[in-house]
Design a protein around this ligand. Structure first.
Ligand SMILES: *Cc1c(COP(=O)(O)O)cnc(C)c1O
Length: 222
């Protein structure tokens, strides 16, 4: 793992953040990656993140990268560092409510649907704009939208993947210009996984989410 991390870090420019995706990994493995200097860890399930959080060093930044159900926000609101997967106004309302209860501001990314394959989650461009323009969002005091997140189609065809990353960067540039021009906090594009992060960085990613290339293949057990 340590060698994997060193190799990956060499290919990532200093302005791009690495999130080590630790879903399904035991705490011991996460500790090894932590000892190699990594402080950003990503989980896709709320319960798993909430269970690992108290067992690991408290200077870890926890990133929620998977679909988030409204009724589970409260489990991570006290400590989550960045929620990558905001895909509805209803969810944003609840994150704001729980953030307020915990007396914090929670950083969020809007997840945009960029893939050609059928997946359930993510906003299209117009839906993202609707959220940003909504009165509800305008009155939220405990949310900071930091940028956009997207997942490319699961395919070997890297032309398709690059095209999808380009579309997320374009959406980011347009939204930035129209709605966040004066807001330096709107600065993040979360795109790129083990198989495509080099392309993602070439296309403007500022956060890559890497699991397999650090920890090895995931086994989901039987
Ligand atoms: C699992 C996962 C990753 C990491 O995938 P790898 O191929 O293991 O690098 C990145 N992003 C999301 C949203 C994931 O669920």
């Amino acid at each position: 793992m340590q060698e994997h991390i060193a190799e990956i870090l060499e290919t990532i420019p200093s302005n791009v953040k690495l999130v080590a995706v630790s879903k399904t990994r035991p705490v011991e493995d996460i500790n090894l990656v932590y000892q190699a200097g990594i402080r950003n860890f990503g989980e896709n399930k709320v319960q798993e993140m909430a269970a690992k959080y108290p067992l690991l060093p408290n200077d870890i930044n926890w990133h929620l990268i998977g679909h988030l159900q409204t009724n589970k926000v409260k489990l991570i609101a006290p400590f989550v560092s960045l929620i990558h997967s905001v895909d509805s106004l209803k969810l944003l309302v609840e994150i704001n409510r729980q953030a307020e209860k915990n007396n914090r501001i929670i950083d969020c990314l809007l997840q945009l649907f960029i893939a050609t394959e059928e997946t359930k989650y993510g906003l299209d461009y117009e839906e993202a704009i609707e959220i940003i323009n909504s009165e509800e969002y305008g009155s939220m005091k405990n949310i900071r939208i930091r940028g956009l997140m997207g997942m490319a189609t699961f395919t070997e065809n890297l032309h398709v993947v690059r095209h999808e990353f380009k579309s997320l960067k374009l959406a980011f540039d347009q939204i930035k210009e129209k709605y966040f021009n004066q807001d330096p906090n709107f600065s993040e594009i979360s795109m790129g996984m083990s198989g495509d992060y080099i392309i993602a960085i070439e296309e403007g990613s500022t956060i890559v989410r890497i699991g397999t290339a650090i920890f090895g293949e995931r086994s989901y057990g039987i």
